[in-house]
Design a protein around this ligand. Structure first.
Ligand code: SF4
Length: 90
């Protein structure tokens, strides 16, 4: 099932940057040391967005999953097109 939406819980993010190491096209740290994603139009956000809104030419779902799994606090949430949470598994 393709990943359709994702978000970062800023309260959970501790700036460990494992996600950045795995998928730097999608995850970077902002001035508060929280992970953010590049949105088309130039803004960066941690809020939930559709993968089509990402300013990234091609999204690699397995890399997204690896990045989310690498997060020590499970701050990255992934959803499929039915809205089901793919990761962290519930
Ligand atoms: S791996 Fe998790 S804690 Fe570390 S920067 Fe990414 S989202 Fe934040």
């Amino acid at each position: 099932m393709p990943i359709t939406k994702l978000k970062i819980d800023r309260d959970l993010c501790i700036g460990a940057a494992s996600c950045v190491a795995i998928y730097p096209d999608v995850f970077t740290l902002d001035a508060e040391n929280k992970a953010v994603m590049p949105k088309k139009g130039g803004v960066k956000t941690s809020d939930e967005l559709n993968v089509t809104e990402l300013d990234v030419s091609a999204i690699d779902d397995s890399n997204l999953l690896l990045a989310a799994q690498s997060c020590p606090t499970k701050a990255i949430f992934l959803y499929d097109d039915t809205g089901k949470q793919v990761y962290p598994e519930q």
